[in-house]
Design a protein around this ligand. Structure first.
Ligand code: ADP
Ligand code: MG
Length: 324
């Protein structure tokens, strides 16, 4: 008996050594983009569970925030909020408040009502609104048409025809949520990325993670590779979702002032502490363009930027001067 117990104890003691600590990774297509998760875990079974948790969280947020799903909370708001104030979840309310914050910070360059025009584009089929329709709908693009009541958690649109879309902030938020779930599981080395939005926990065990910035006009080539740990990084580019007609590139980042695709730069990469902030700012700086965009980033002391301008030139913010 004693011998059996000792044997069992010995086996139990050996278990952690048998189940090898290792890097685990998984990819999935959610929120219209490629989600990648990579993490280090002492116990691969627990590591796989952590990855499944993160993917479930992405699916939950996609169901809630997608403008394309007919029963998402966001679609409900788009359908009803011009009629009367709509009760919304505190999570969606929080995202609308964040969106308002970035609209104010960027002088309206970040504006989720871009969708009033944006939803008339289909970047896969090349469908776009004509000049007259763009002119007619442009007055609906203004974040001040969104009225938020923090006491009642309601949202109301002050104009008929206003539409919102969280495509410039939702992936960053989802990445932050995923990172929080991994932290709760005490994971110390991880990467979550959703298309152009990534965030890292720790380093790659003794060396930094390496995050590439896509060369905007060369498929499969990198314009730069950033050694990073414990941070968030987002890239917005005009090569992600676009079509070309008569030599004009129509892409998915719209200037709220003109109602047309923003033209001044090819890509913007923002480094910061969380992915909601880097996501919102990468879209915003893309709209603001190289000069005004870099000036804003240099005024904020917690973020840095790498901008590839319309000539393919790489520009860096003042905190990154030693990069080039
Ligand atoms: P992605 O990772 O999809 O490339 P980006 O961070 O580059 O995302 O943001 C682009 C998305 O932001 C668009 O697909 C659209 O949903 C949304 N968007 C476009 N223009 C604006 C704008 N002026 N303000 C806020 N969101 C915008
Ligand atoms: Mg963004």
């Amino acid at each position: 008996m004693v011998r059996i117990v000792t044997g069992l104890l010995l086996l139990w003691w050996l278990l952690p050594a048998i189940s090898q600590a290792e890097w685990l990774s998984e990819q999935a297509d959610i929120m219209g983009t490629r989600i990648s998760i990579e993490l280090w875990h002492e116990d691969p079974t627990l590591g796989e569970l952590a990855i499944a948790d993160v993917l479930d969280e992405f699916k939950r947020l996609d169901e809630k925030l997608s403008p394309y799903k007919s029963d998402s909370e966001l679609t409900l708001v788009n359908r009803m909020a011009a009629e009367s104030a709509i009760d919304i979840s505190s999570e969606l309310f929080h995202l609308l408040q964040e969106s308002h914050h970035y609209a104010e910070l960027t002088g309206g360059a970040f504006d989720i009502t871009f969708a009033s025009i944006g939803h008339q584009y289909d970047y896969r089929t090349g469908e776009k609104p004509d000049q007259q329709r763009t002119r007619q709908t442009l007055p609906l693009v203004d974040y001040r048409h969104i009225e938020l009541d923090p006491k009642r958690n309601t949202v109301r649109f002050l104009r008929k025809g206003v539409k919102i879309d969280l495509g410039g902030i939702a992936k960053g938020y989802a990445v932050d949520r995923g990172i929080a779930l991994l932290r709760e599981r005490a994971i110390e080395h991880a990467l979550i990325s959703a298309g152009g939005d990534s965030r890292l926990i720790g380093d790659h065990r003794g060396r930094p993670w390496h995050i590439g910035i896509q060369a905007p006009r060369k498929k499969q080539a990198m314009a730069a590779v950033l050694p990073l740990s414990n941070s968030a990084v987002s890239t917005s580019g005009d090569y992600e979702r676009f079509f070309e007609t008569d030599g004009v590139r129509y892409h998915h980042i719209l200037s709220p002032k003109t109602g047309h695709s923003a033209k001044d730069v090819q890509s913007v990469t923002i480094l910061g502490a969380n992915a909601l902030r880097t996501d919102a700012l990468s879209t915003s700086i893309f709209v603001l363009g190289a000069e005004a965009g870099m000036a804003l980033i240099n005024r904020l002391d917690d973020v840095e930027a790498i901008i590839i301008d319309q000539h393919g030139e790489l520009l860096t913010s003042s905190g990154l001067d030693n990069l080039d």
